[in-house]
Design a protein. Structure first.
Length: 191
């Protein structure tokens, strides 16, 4: 699938599922490198994505390989956002592995190229991942975010997530301390 052809307008992101990425060898081979560039740039700028230092290419490739394998088995969903044929964001959730927690998943990462912030990419990715979770029978989708990530926390609230806990000053980045905020979306409720 050509991501440049799936978008009806240059301002709307094309959101591809894992199966779309893996069905096109060229797209799949460029995906890991492009994802690494986005993640490394964001982390270099201080983004709260789980790394203090930018991840290596191998670390990102390994992570994406694990997520794609889990997606093939139904234990994850991965989405990639393209604008004008260029990867500008990605996100995924992973199902909890413990048998008693299988109907639940954790929204692990939503990463959007800083140059495209404010264009609806994060909202489109998150909405697609929520739809994937519903389709997979996920009952509760959870996430955690750094307390200073106000844009992301606002986005999650606007999509129905509610805060269920907070660890004050839990995340240490050098001398700085940030709250760790836990949120959840109960997909058992039908609005």
């Amino acid at each position: 699938m050509n991501p440049a052809r799936t978008s009806s307008a240059p301002t709307e992101p094309a959101i591809l599922a894992a199966k779309d990425l893996t069905s096109d060898p060229q797209l799949e081979s460029r995906f890991a490198e492009s994802a690494h560039e986005i993640l490394a740039d964001l982390v270099s700028g201080g983004a709260a994505l789980g790394w203090v230092e930018p991840p290596s290419r191998n670390e990102v490739a390994s992570l994406l390989g694990d997520v794609l394998a889990a997606a093939r088995s139904g234990d994850a969903a991965l989405r990639a956002a393209y604008l004008d044929g260029r990867l500008v964001g990605m996100g995924y959730w992973l199902r909890y592995a413990r048998p008693t927690h299988r109907p639940h998943a954790d929204l692990e990462k939503i990463a959007v190229d800083a140059a495209t912030h404010g264009r609806g990419v994060g909202r489109a990715l998150t909405a697609a991942l929520i739809a994937d979770a519903r389709e997979a029978g996920i009952e509760v989708l959870t996430l955690d975010a750094r307390g200073d990530n106000t844009r992301a926390l606002h986005l999650y609230r606007s999509l129905g997530f509610t805060e269920y806990g907070r660890l004050p000053d839990f995340v240490a980045v050098g001398e700085r301390r940030y709250d760790k905020v836990f949120s959840m979306l109960d997909l058992r409720r039908r609005d």
